[in-house]
Design a binder for this molecule. Structure first.
Ligand SMILES: [Mn+2]
Length: 307
């Protein structure tokens, strides 16, 4: 079977449906005691001797306007396992042309990452290994980009990503760290797939950074980063104290930009830099290639707090 390693996107304006989800984890009894949802900033009953870090997270997903009914093809989950886990997978939409539901692979991949966290097996505290095991356990046909970030309570955030889901750390009003997208060529990211020709966990970009209390983490699918500039992320976050509201605001900003054909988005700037040009009618009018990129938009905002 030919592997559709491209992203189809059909610009169209349409009312948006706001939807967010997170999956619970099947943890061991001991782990279950430690588990608590990351939906608020309340201090833990664990009362550690020295300050340990975790994050409060807010999530927001806005499906592509044409995929509202099925909820889009992004999948994600968050957990308070250890210091906290954030994971996003973005299904490659080209599979729809082969009568494959592109949302199945990323959903199963995320479910498998979630299930594996409960195992005490060696390597499950390593996001790259976790991605490899989850990929091996995924039987759906399809492909996806993926990012998994795991916070240890000592403040070390381990990140592994394959493709163009991303993560940024904002510290004191500035972008302190960004993952870099991996791609074969413009609009064709590295991806895990049901087909043997795909990338594997070994292709993941792996990062490890030390977080501080007060840092903000923004994780998302390319639907966020193709449509919102870094400086917009920083200024949008400054207006919110609540992580859920911040995630919603960033997703709405990305969504508005994605449907604005006049907005000079990160996506259109990148397209021009790769030699893509505006349609002929625009060129005749002296206009350049602009516009956002309609896509599923997943945003997860994490605020680093001490336990
Ligand atoms: Mn996407």
């Amino acid at each position: 079977m030919k592997v559709p390693i491209f992203r189809a996107s059909v610009p169209k304006s349409h009312p948006l449906l706001i939807h967010s989800l997170s999956s619970a984890l099947p943890l061991t009894d001991e782990a279950s005691k430690k588990k608590r949802l990351l939906s608020c900033c309340a201090s833990s009953e664990l009362n550690p001797v020295r300050p340990e870090l975790t994050f409060c997270v807010g999530t927001h997903l806005i499906p592509h306007p044409n995929k509202v009914e099925k909820g889009g093809e992004d999948a994600f989950f968050v957990s308070s396992y250890n210091g906290g886990i954030i994971a996003v997978a973005d299904g490659v939409s080209g599979w729809a042309e082969q009568d494959v539901d592109p949302s199945l692979f990323p959903k199963e991949l995320m479910a498998n990452v979630s299930c594996l966290l409960g195992d005490e097996e060696q390597g499950n505290n390593n996001p790259q290994i976790l991605i490899g095991k989850a990929h091996a356990a995924t039987s759906s046909t399809g492909s996806a980009t993926v990012i998994v970030a795991m916070l240890e309570r000592n403040g070390i955030l381990k990140i592994a990503n394959v493709g163009d889901c991303g993560l940024k750390v904002i510290r004191e009003g500035k972008i302190n760290f960004s993952t870099s997208p991996q791609e074969h060529y413009f609009d064709c990211p590295y991806q895990l797939s049901s087909e043997s020709v795909s990338q594997t966990y070994l292709d993941a970009m792996v990062s490890s950074i030390e977080l501080m209390e007060g840092d903000t983490i923004v994780t998302g699918s390319d639907g966020l980063f193709d449509n919102v500039f870094d400086h917009e992320i920083v200024s949008a976050l400054a207006g919110y104290r609540d992580v859920a509201e911040a995630a919603k605001a960033l997703a709405n900003l990305a969504s508005n930009h994605s449907l604005d054909s006049n907005f000079d988005s990160p996506y259109s700037m990148e397209a021009r830099s790769r030699g893509f040009e505006a349609p002929l009618w625009k060129k005749i009018l002296g206009m350049k290639l602009t516009g956002g990129k309609p896509d599923d938009i997943t945003v997860i905002v994490g605020q680093v707090v001490s336990l």
